[in-house]
Design a protein around this ligand. Structure first.
Ligand code: SF4
Length: 367
């Protein structure tokens, strides 16, 4: 087998219904998918498709586009047609755009019950159009735009309020026999968010889209999302994820993918096992780890590469990896599959590791 394959996941996935979002299965045991959202004006078709292409290349599986205006709605047919991955139309205020998105061939539509005021009397028509087109709907509840009625009832967007809002909205669709639904209940506080998703997962079997909303700039947002998704996914809760960062959307995909890999929910790609360095280090571990990471980026096979600063844990970790270096005395012992294949001067460590990694990757590809 592949030595770097992820270990068994921490928990059985919670059984849910399965949706087909433009060819990507969500829920019902399908692999957890990673999503993002474009930041371009959706009406700027070329810019939006360009960003979708970048997202696709970085591993994004489903992409969402905002539809705040008529011009954006008009752009949907071209975007849905030319995008390489399923496109979800994100609709906050106007039910008419829901129909436009369904007609445009979008893979799904996201609606926000708190924001669509005149929604109730349109649910029947939406359910009918969505059923005919086979278009799933995400009910996306956000703490920042919670239904006024529930805000009054609970005083603030608590986990219970978010869940009640989502399930109430589902019930409107269910009355019309529509169940092709996934749900999100996002909050900017991971603690409230985790509690909301736990509650929700006890009360329905719809697939769940995880997200910490307004998670912040890259560093903070990454930590918040990793902590919250880690808690939920390790309990088997969550079928598709979106990391929200105040950063380019490609970064969201990198973080989301890494979270899934870390939790063993996805085969690991390149994994650098590098030590934090300490007073025993005999090389600049940070620099070495960075150079090796940069040199191996985009290698198309799962590979575990150990970069260790000295001989204490060095040889042990390097042996466990596919490839590694244990440094000492201005030299690096290069290990491949547990065997020291050669010892090189410090200046040649990076190039040797990269050479060996490419060789191993070629072999793996040939298998
Ligand atoms: Fe320190 Fe060596 Fe461990 Fe790195 S491998 S943290 S240098 S003891």
């Amino acid at each position: 087998g592949i030595p770097s394959a992820a270990p068994p996941p921490l928990a059985q996935r919670r059984p849910t219904r399965q949706l087909n979002v433009g060819g990507v299965l969500v829920g019902g045991g399908a692999p957890v998918s990673v999503q993002s959202m474009t930041t371009t004006r959706t009406s700027d078709i070329n810019a939006t498709l360009q960003q979708i292409a970048e997202l696709t290349a970085s591993g994004c599986q489903i992409v969402r586009v905002a539809v705040p205006t008529n011009d954006d709605a008009d752009a949907l047919p071209a975007i849905a047609k030319k995008s390489q991955i399923p496109v979800i139309a994100d609709i906050h205020f106007q039910p008419k755009y829901v129909f436009a998105a369904i007609d445009a061939g979008c893979a799904a539509v996201r609606v926000n019950p708190g924001n669509i005021k005149k929604f109730d009397d349109k649910v029947g028509e939406i359910a009918k159009a969505a059923t005919e087109a086979g278009t799933p709907i995400r009910i996306g509840v956000n703490a920042g735009s919670l239904d006024k009625r529930l805000l009054e009832k609970y005083g603030k967007p608590t986990a219970e309020a978010l869940v009640e809002s989502a399930l109430w909205e589902c019930s409107l669709f269910e009355e019309h026999g529509f169940g092709d639904i996934k749900i999100s209940v996002k909050h900017n506080d991971p603690v409230v968010m985790v509690r909301a998703y736990r509650l929700l997962s006890q009360q329905c079997d719809y697939p769940l889209h995880l997200g910490v909303t307004e998670a912040g700039p890259a560093f903070q947002g990454t930590i918040k999302s990793a902590a919250a998704f880690g808690a939920l996914l390790s309990e088997g809760i969550g079928d598709t994820i979106r990391v929200s960062l105040s950063a380019p959307p490609v970064e969201e995909i990198k973080v989301g993918t890494q979270i899934l890999e870390s939790l063993g929910l996805r085969e690991r790609g390149l994994e650098i096992v590098s030590c934090p360095s300490c007073g025993r280090a005999q090389v600049d571990v940070y620099k070495l780890a960075e150079e090796v990471t940069a040199g191996l980026e985009g290698l198309p096979v799962p590979l575990r590469v150990a970069v260790m600063g000295c001989v204490v844990n060095g040889p042990g970790e390097a042996r466990e990896a596919d490839l590694g270096v244990a440094s000492g005395n201005g030299k690096g012992q290069i290990f491949v599959k547990g065997e020291v294949i050669r010892t090189v001067p410090e200046s040649q460590i990076v190039e040797t590791l990269i050479e060996e990694a490419v060789r191993i990757a070629d072999q793996m590809g040939a298998d």
